[in-house]
Design a binder for this molecule. Structure first.
Ligand code: NOJ
Length: 980
């Protein structure tokens, strides 16, 4: 546990509703013991302090904020001993615990109120604000607009009106009476004695009333809070007060006092503006509110958040902005609640992972201590139809079991119903599933929280808005000699951030999050390309010459960080480590600098999943260069390691060492001349490997994700040697895997002269409305030739149609669960799978991931590339034989996608373009084959269903393309194929 007294400045908080988190007793309500059982999970996640909303005895008419006893525990949540145990267990894991303390009001069930109403002259008679007439404080606004008409309510017992800022069952305490604060102080001490680390002080702006004012933020209110602070500092130093004041920054900073009031205060106005900025694709309102935020006194800190247990409040925006937010984020009237929106984070952004992550990335990098809300780490959904704000307070989803792992009680007995919406139900959204998925939101956030913890600047650094284009929110955080540049693309389109980093000229950042290539800063604006809703964090560290003891651990850590910036690394943002590094052969001669070799990195994700990646490491004498880390390498001494593929000299040394001279790791098949003058550059379009462009004749593809044994792409190209439509395989780079298996690390292939990308030319043709039939016909013929050659090289086989149909049905069911719109189509879609049943299908080696992006067109005709199969599949699945119609259907779907380039993708012209291309492609393909229409239809449907799933997860803006296709397919049945 961070020991310093200002621990809260660097902490990440986690709001957890005890009632909704985990039930240890089986009564359907979460409890203290249940929460304690999940502390390991929370510690793993990477949060530092839990905030528990009220767990005190209460009639629960306001989620517990209607307190009936300040010094007890609501029985179904546990006992006082359970609270003590929870705090101790949390502390043992380095976690702190703060609780809510409701300063402003009690429940009307509180004994003080009961006595006050029945005995006006008794000790509690003056504990509340009573009047004969409801005529004072009329300038105070009503907060719970949905239910309350006045801040005064008539009490038939005392026959007077009482004052309340919230529900009429929550009378405000009367702080003009000093006895009230005395009693509250006793309760505050009581919980501090139990070990709590501080309080979120609920609803503090309204403690004191004064006629003629809006009764908010009055001096008397601040005086009371200062008394609480003085007591805490004197008697419980190190414990904190976090103020809940939903006010403008100018008013909120008053709650810090002169560092003698609250340690922390929520920054309410920035929250809705993050959502607004994201919807508008503009940083304007975010920049404005931060510019309007005054500096805060020494020893204080903002609390920032994206969501919490209340409605997404729109109190701190203008009327126009509120209407905009409601229109965009609350399209269903029931979504509105008071002056806000009763929805959770994930549904607010349509479950779009990019936007969920971008919002979190901004939250984690902006000034302030982030306060997360339970369940948002897995993207939990909401139920707007539940009472009040209960729709965002549903049980935590631990697993896919019927009770979600929350409770063993009958779910009908649960404190709130589980989320039943199929997209967000615990069947799909749960901790267990995400913990074992390296790419999940949960693992990503875990990685980000641990990364944040490594750098003090997040908690302590200065903030500077870098301005620039509206679409990208760019800012720095600086602390000591370290500066972080955070760039956030608020739009759904590609952007190039261009920021002025002149003060950092000559330095090259370390990219600690996001996917960009680090480059040296010059005096010119620094350009950083960002994909839709992408963000990146660039870290400029102080004195790079600082000597650190070289150790292999340092290198593994440095590679791991570097991987987070590498385009080809599929596990970005997922918690894990480089658990081993095994050197393979050197490519450069002894004594030459830089020394370059391949190394196999074992990546172990925290979920236990293991993957292997090839690193191309370059080493130079230590101190001579900047790099990833200094390390002792046998035979070289202490050297600085770097990524060879980012270093032109190292690339040259690699190419010269391996290609230009005979090297034992390279097995030539067709020797080509590569001399020392042949220009070499890294190909920028590569996604999952690294390809070096060698002059105009060859491409050197270095595989990144590797496994022992041969590589499928290399095997296929070797077998197809001589085919017109595939590039010639010139050489294979192989080395022995640590277990001795000969393993492909790369291939040298022919670079097709004057080739253009198939996707580019197809989309250009569609958007210009030019005929693509001849090209498509030739592409069909090229695929046929490739299929014939694959069959003669690898043979043919048979596969059960039932097995295939079952597989397609399973995928369809998955998709229906994700996209409810598919439900009504599912029956018709699965009819097309029925045609496969009872059949035995001929299968063979196919391309497996055939689409326009896998084709090149040159004057010599079409070339088909990348025979690695579908990237999402495992190595052995990719080697399975399949029907040729999978590839044919893949291309037909790709023609449909190409329509998106047309100004009216659903119009007659684009439809006709795709139809003509499809028919010509089929004619080209079917010259010697009879099309198997039912099989082709089934593959087309399966592919479109796969696309729906893929787009929903990765690019929701594109989902309309496959949705349109499945709608047509459902209506059409088996595709009529003309005369093929
Ligand atoms: C703020 C709390 O967050 C909210 O849930 C509650 O309804 C009001 N205070 C009144 O206590």
């Amino acid at each position: 546990m961070e020991q310093s007294d200002d621990w809260y400045k660097k902490a990440v908080f986690y709001e957890v509703l005890v009632r909704s988190f985990a039930d240890s007793s089986g009564n359907g309500s979460g409890d203290m013991r249940g929460l304690a059982s999940k502390l390991d999970y929370l510690a793993w996640l990477g949060v530092d302090c839990l905030w528990l909303p009220p767990f005190f005895p209460s009639p629960l008419r306001d989620g517990g904020y209607d307190v009936a006893d300040y010094m007890g525990v609501q029985p179904e949540l546990g006992t006082l001993e359970d609270v003590g145990m929870l705090i101790k267990e949390a502390h043992d894991r380095g976690l702190r615990v703060i609780t809510d303390f409701v300063m402003n009001h009690t429940s009307d069930a509180h004994p003080w109120f009961q006595e006050s109403r029945s005995d006006p002259d008794g000790p509690y008679g003056d504990f509340y604000v009573w009047r004969d007439e409801p005529l004072e404080y009329l300038d105070a606004r009503i907060i719970f607009l949905d239910t309350e008409e006045s801040n005064w309510t008539w009490d038939p017992v005392r026959e007077q009106y009482f004052w309340h800022r919230f529900y009429s069952h929550q009378p405000d305490l009367n702080f003009e009476n000093p006895a009230v604060l005395e009693e509250l102080m006793k309760a505050i001490r009581f919980w501090l004695d139990q070990g709590v680390d501080g309080f979120r002080l609920d609803a503090v702006p309204y403690l004191i009333e004064q006629d003629g004012t809006n009764c908010e933020n009055l001096t008397g209110t601040h005086d009371i809070l200062k008394q609480v602070r003085a007591m805490v500092d004197a008697e419980y130093p190190g414990r904190i007060l976090l103020c809940e004041a939903n006010q403008w920054p100018d008013d909120v900073i008053e709650y810090f006092g002169d560092s003698d009031e609250c340690h922390m205060a929520f920054h309410f106005p920035v929250m809705p503006r993050l959502y607004m900025g994201l919807r508008r694709g503009s940083r304007e309102s975010i920049s404005q509110i931060l510019a309007d935020t005054p500096p805060i006194p020494e020893g204080t800190q903002w609390g920032t958040f994206l969501r919490n247990h209340d409605e997404l409040t729109l109190e701190m925006v203008t009327e126009e902005e509120r209407q905009y937010m409601w229109a965009e984020y609350a399209p269903v009237p029931r979504m509105k609640c008071n002056l806000g929106i009763r929805r959770r984070l994930a549904p607010l952004v349509e479950g779009d992972q990019r936007r969920i992550r971008l919002l979190h990335a901004m939250l984690l990098a902006l000034p302030g201590s982030p306060v997360l809300y339970y369940g948002d780490e897995i993207g939990m959904g909401d139920n707007i139809w539940l009472n009040d704000r209960d729709g965002v307070r549903t049980p935590m989803q631990w697993n896919a079991e019927p009770g979600a792992g929350f409770s063993t009680a009958d779910p009908a007995e649960f404190v709130h119903p589980l989320i039943s919406d199929p997209v967000y139900s615990n069947t799909y959204v749960n901790v267990q599933a995400q913990a074992s998925d390296p790419g999940s939101l949960l693992n990503w956030l875990h990685g980000m929280l641990h990364l944040r913890r490594e750098h003090d600047l997040f908690g302590l650094g200065d903030f500077t808005d870098l301005g620039g284009s509206h679409q990208v929110f760019s800012f720095t955080r600086s602390f000591g000699d370290t500066t972080l540049v955070a760039l956030n693309n608020l739009t759904g389109t590609n952007q190039v951030a261009s920021v002025n980093l002149a003060g950092l000229a000559g330095r090259t950042p370390r990219v600690i999050a996001g996917i960009v290539e680090p480059r040296e800063v010059t005096d010119e604006p620094y350009p950083v390309p960002l994909t839709p809703y992408a963000f990146c964090w660039l870290l400029f560290e102080g004195n790079r010459m600082t000597v650190t003891r070289p150790s292999p651990d340092a290198l593994r850590t440095a590679w791991w960080q570097h991987l987070q910036t590498a385009r080809w690394f599929g596990g970005k943002g997922t918690a894990g480590e480089v658990s081993a590094l095994e050197p393979l052969a050197w490519y450069t001669p002894e004594g030459a600098w830089p020394a370059v070799r391949s190394e196999i990195a074992t990546i172990t994700y925290s979920s236990g999943v293991v993957e292997y990646y090839q690193f191309l490491a370059a080493y130079r004498p230590a101190g001579a260069a900047s790099g990833l880390a200094d390390v002792d390498v046998p035979g070289l001494g202490t050297v600085t390691a770097s990524d060879a593929t980012l270093d032109p000299e190292a690339i040259r040394a690699l190419v010269d060492g391996v290609l230009a001279s005979p090297h034992p790791a390279l097995e030539w098949r067709h020797r080509v001349a590569i001399d020392a003058d042949t220009p070499v550059k890294v190909f920028g379009g590569e996604q999952s490997n690294t390809t070096l462009v060698i002059g105009s004749t060859s491409l050197f593809k270095l595989f990144r994700k590797v496994e022992p044994g041969t590589n499928l792409d290399a095997d296929v190209l070797a077998a197809l040697d001589g085919a017109d439509s595939t590039p010639r395989l010139e050489a294979r780079l192989t080395a022995d895997w640590p277990d001795g298996t000969s393993t492909d690390l790369g291939i040298l292939i022919e670079r097709v002269d004057q080739a253009e990308d198939g996707w580019e030319i197809a989309t250009a043709s569609c958007s210009a409305g030019t005929d693509f039939s001849d090209a498509a016909h030739a592409l069909g013929a090229a695929l046929r030739e490739v299929h014939e050659r694959l069959a003669s090289a690898f043979g043919r086989g048979e596969r059960s149609g039932d097995e295939l149909a079952d597989h397609m049905e399973r995928r369809l069911r998955d998709a229906v669960a994700q996209a409810a719109e598919l439900d009504r189509l599912a029956g018709d879609l699965s009819l097309s799978f029925g045609a496969l049943r009872g059949r035995t299908l001929p299968v063979q080696r196919v391309h497996g991931d055939f689409h326009l992006g896998q084709t090149l067109r040159s004057p010599a005709g079409w070339t088909i590339i990348d025979f690695e199969g579908e990237p999402a599949k495992t190595a052995s699945e990719r080697r399975e034989f399949d029907s040729v119609w999978r590839d044919v259907a893949g291309m037909m779907r790709s023609f449909d996608y190409a329509r998106s380039a047309h100004r009216d993708p659903s119009g007659t012209e684009a439809t006709q373009w795709a139809e003509d291309a499809t028919q010509a492609f089929l004619t080209g393909y079917c010259e010697t084959t009879q099309a198997d229409s039912p099989l082709l239809s089934a593959y087309e449907v399966d592919k479109a269903v796969y696309e729906v799933l893929y787009e929903l997860r990765n690019r929701p803006d594109w989902v309309s393309i496959p949705m349109r296709a499945v709608t047509d397919q459902a209506a059409r049945g088996t595709r009529p194929l003309g005369d093929h």
